[in-house]
Design a protein around this ligand. Structure first.
Ligand code: ZN
Length: 285
């Protein structure tokens, strides 16, 4: 599932491509992808322009007039922008990205006057697009917790949340109502960076551990955004943007391999909060 760094990468890329360009056609190939939309996409987007691409957690919010097109990629959603055979794609990994689009996974096609086309693809079909009012958008955004890469993510707020919760760290990090945008990959990497076990109860962390945990959260997510996330594909737009956080992963998907930090233990994996969780029993306490 695309997490904060991957969705932020898409946001930054899309901003450079689709803003202030007239939308000339919108096709919804699968009605269920827009079932919760307040307004019809073809009727209300055609002839308009996106003026900003915002994000809260893993949710993209494209401003169009006074309304917002909300796009959530969920498990396997992908946004693929193509113009003059140059591709920008983000979201779920692209082991089998078919450049002949649309394909059987295409849900929505948005065509721009400048020749650019934005495809919303989704293999597992959990993602959605909704066109809503500004008030609805605000209401939805308010259900998200603190954004880790903004000024509202202070040590004080972070430690307040941790001190009040008996839940295990893995579950706390995954809960979008506390901290927005963190999913399975970065939850595991943050716990490792902070040297705490993901099954520790949040309120048992010492102040020193809480500080380390706070700094680890900022460090991991900032670095992942800089390297354009972990699931970003190889299809770049020819502007030389490259990079991948995969090579920096220390625990995620490394079960059975030697810990890169202590070089003593193997990385273990067990199910926590319903998700496969990776950690080093030597480095993390
Ligand atoms: Zn280790």
């Amino acid at each position: 599932m695309p997490e904060l760094p991957e969705v932020e990468t898409i946001r930054q890329d899309l901003r450079q491509k689709i803003l202030n360009t007239k939308i000339v056609q919108v096709k919804v190939l699968r009605e269920k992808a827009v079932r919760s939309s307040t307004f019809s996409l073809p009727k209300n987007l055609t002839g308009k322009m996106f003026s900003e691409v915002e994000r809260v957690g893993k949710l993209l919010m494209l401003k169009v007039g006074e309304r917002y097109l909300l796009i959530h990629l969920k498990m396997t959603g992908q946004l693929i922008y193509i113009k003059h055979n140059k591709i920008i794609a983000g979201g779920h990994s692209f082991p089998a990205l078919n450049t002949q689009l649309p394909d059987k996974h295409t849900q929505i096609i948005i065509t721009f006057k400048d020749g650019g086309i934005l495809y919303f693809n989704d293999m597992r079909r959990f993602g959605y697009a909704r066109l809503v009012t500004a008030a609805e958008k605000e209401k939805i955004a308010a259900t998200y917790g603190i954004e880790p890469l903004t000024s509202s993510f202070t040590y004080q707020k972070f430690s307040e949340v941790l001190n009040q919760k008996k839940t295990i760290l893995k579950a706390l990090l995954l809960n979008q109502a506390y901290f927005a945008g963190i999913g399975n990959i970065y939850a595991d990497e943050i716990c490792h960076e902070a040297r705490v076990l993901p099954n520790r109860r949040a309120n048992t962390l010492t102040e020193a551990e809480t500080k380390k945990f706070y700094n680890a959260t900022k460090k991991i997510l900032t670095k992942a955004v800089r390297y354009r996330g972990t699931t970003f594909n190889n299809y770049l737009d020819g502007e030389g943007k490259k990079g991948n956080f995969v090579s920096f992963l220390k625990v995620y998907n490394r079960d059975g391999l030697k810990c890169k930090t202590c070089k003593k233990s193997l990385i273990h994996k067990k199910t926590l909060a319903g998700r496969g969780t990776h950690y080093c029993p030597v480095c993390q306490r």
